[in-house]
Design a protein around this ligand. Sequence first.
Ligand code: T6T
Length: 314
Amino acid sequence: ALTLGSAMLLTACAGGGGGGQSPSAEAVSLTFVAGVKGDPFYITMACGAEQAALAAGVDFDFQAPNTFSPTDQVPIVDAVAAAAPDALLIAPTDAASMFAPIQRVIGAGTKVVLVDTTLEDDEGTSASVKTDDYAGGVEAARELAELTGGSGEVLLINFLPGVSTTDARGKGFVDEAAKLGLTVVAEEFAGTDVEKASQIVDASLQRHPDLAGIFTTTDYGAQGTVTSLRNADALRDVKVVGFDASPVMVEELRAGNIQTIVSQQARTIGELGVEEALKALRGEASSGTLEVPTITITEEDLESPDAQAGLQVE
Ligand code: T6T
């Protein structure tokens, strides 16, 4: 897993990345602070951001907290405020409590672009580039309804309350499930804890023997789900729709253990984030909030160009 340093990132990016000008001593400096270390979604986003930065001769730095939490992200953000790079791309780990630390970065004169996650109050930020997460949740409900034949009992495994992306995915799912006649038996939160997700599914299978399907708003939840279903000999009987096409998710899709992945265009979000930062630095009009659509991937269409565009690097 990658943590720091643009040179290391290049080795993870498909196609090698780079190919741009080398940053000079006076180059514009841009830092990307991800939500958590070792996460294929953020690594893929960093590949897109790094490639766009290098192509523009921008000095690129990637940092990520050890856990998906303000506790670990705030010190990194405070160090960014002290270093005052020209621009910061950041995925806030909490929509409320990351407001003040990000204000300190803006106060240091750095242009801030929110990527992936957002803040309840985005005052002073230059732009936001994100997935249309609500629509992704709606899509997941439709897929699960189709897979289960509709009207059955389904479980929602969410991430952490207060994270804008997964909150919106969960809401889109619950709203659409109600319209489609699916019964959401519970919304549970597992964060990045794969083992916890597995235990949640164990308990849910006990409580709801007729459970027909599970939607997980991240790949962490899906991995735990597959473990639990395997132990209960319920793989394929209980349908699974997951979010994010990380390499392990694609493996599970190929194996038939997960039926559908709603994927994000991580690389594109990284590229657009850098474009917005450069616009802000040039004093050009911001695009405001850019919403990137999800891509729905099943085993049958895995090799299609559309599906390939949604796959993540390790
Ligand atoms: O789904 C992504 C990201 O979009 C979300 O904000 C947090 O969880 C992930 O990082 C899981 O890869």
